[in-house]
Design a binder for this molecule. Structure first.
Ligand SMILES: [Zn+2]
Length: 370
């Protein structure tokens, strides 16, 4: 059904470019691309749609537009209702690089009633005077897992539809689908645990190893889990090339919340999780500035889910080091995983913490919004 070469589609989605020729070619194809990708996306959304709320299990006909990061945090870095996403950095002309706060990072997986209840502690700006409660942390974890579940479910359907629509062999997609399904299973387990912790009000089930309130507003907002590959000394934390179903990826939760006149930055892991022990021991020894630089580096080199202040100095967004690490994060996520590759080398090349000072640290006071 697609005239478009699906391989092109994946490539264009995955990688940004600086080449003038390529940029113009991509711009010319924009309308066609949008149309085909739009069809693929809407078909896949229908396929991924359930008729039950993923949280309470009740029948549900109209799902809530849940925000993956509370809108009131985004409003603190928005300009006329808009923020940048990371497409701005990697120069992907086929996708919009700014987005309205109300549409930003939303997912439809749970009913309105659940959405208005289950996040209410952490989604209340008044609750950020002091250290967040265990309940707030569990709610953040629940939200992170729900977002990841929604993303993976959609991605699985997109790839299914791509495989249906072409005769070309798609070995890398098949391989990716295996990983996607394993990931989905892990996210569901993570969600179920967070749900239990939240409901019972248990303390210390998540270990908040970093909490920092800054007296200025940072120009980025972030709430997500990240699967770290190596620690500060280059030791492996997660081996992304281990496909054994028994081997699970373990993630760290990271939050950067811009408030009205301050910011809250947090990192936590599941307390049962020992894989991050050396990482947070090393992290705690860093200076205040280096801690911020490390988190800034993790966000840009590991994730695509960052939102950026629209009034930020455009020169910062053109910084070659920042652009390079942002593209690497996408390559890490999208390239065909080669089983023979030594994960130690991959980790060292792409996400070596030695490079954390080579990119602008948007969490430092220098870049404050106010
Ligand atoms: Zn519900």
């Amino acid at each position: 059904m697609f005239n478009f070469d699906d391989k092109d589609l994946i490539q264009m989605l995955s990688l940004g470019t600086d080449s003038e020729v390529e940029l113009n070619a991509m711009k010319e194809k924009k309308v066609e691309f949008r149309k085909h990708f739009g069809q693929l996306l809407s078909k896949s959304r229908k396929n991924a749609k359930s008729n039950e709320c993923f949280y309470c299990g009740e029948k549900c006909s109209s799902f809530c537009n849940s925000h993956s990061i509370p809108a009131f945090f985004l409003r603190n870095i928005a300009h006329q209702g808009f923020v940048y996403n990371n497409h701005k950095l990697i120069n992907m002309p086929l996708l919009d690089d700014d987005i309205g706060v109300n549409k930003t990072g939303t997912f439809q997986l749970i009913c309105r009633e659940c959405d208005s209840k289950i996040f209410s502690d952490y989604e209340n700006p008044d609750n950020y005077e002091g250290t967040p409660t265990s309940k707030m942390i569990a709610q953040i974890a629940m939200k992170n897992y729900l977002k990841s579940i929604s993303k993976r479910k959609l991605e699985i359907e997109i790839f299914n539809n791509m495989m249906d629509s072409t005769e070309q062999p798609f070995e890398n997609i098949e391989q990716k689908q295996i990983i996607n399904n394993l990931d989905l299973q892990e996210y569901i387990e993570g969600l179920n645990r967070a749900k239990r912790v939240e409901k019972k009000g248990w303390d210390n089930e998540y270990y908040l190893f970093y909490y920092q309130k800054l007296d200025y507003v940072v120009p980025i907002a972030f709430q997500s889990t990240v699967v770290l590959l190596t620690d500060f000394e280059g030791n492996i934390i997660n081996n992304i090339y281990n496909y054994s179903p028994e081997y699970q990826m373990k993630s760290v939760h990271i939050c950067v919340f811009p408030l009205e006149s301050s910011s809250v930055i947090m990192m936590f892991v599941d307390s049962k999780e020992k894989r991050y022990r050396s990482f947070y021991k090393q992290f705690r020894k860093l200076s205040h500035e280096d801690k911020l630089a490390a988190i800034n580096f993790i966000i840009f080199s590991y994730s695509e889910d960052v939102f950026i202040h629209k009034k930020i100095n455009e020169e910062v967004l053109k910084h070659q080091g920042l652009v390079d690490v942002s593209r690497k994060s996408l390559e890490l996520i999208t390239t065909n995983p080669n089983i023979d590759v030594n994960p130690l080398l991959i980790g060292k090349e792409n996400v070596n913490f030695d490079k954390m000072h080579e990119i602008p640290n948007l969490l430092s006071k220098e870049f404050k919004v106010r």
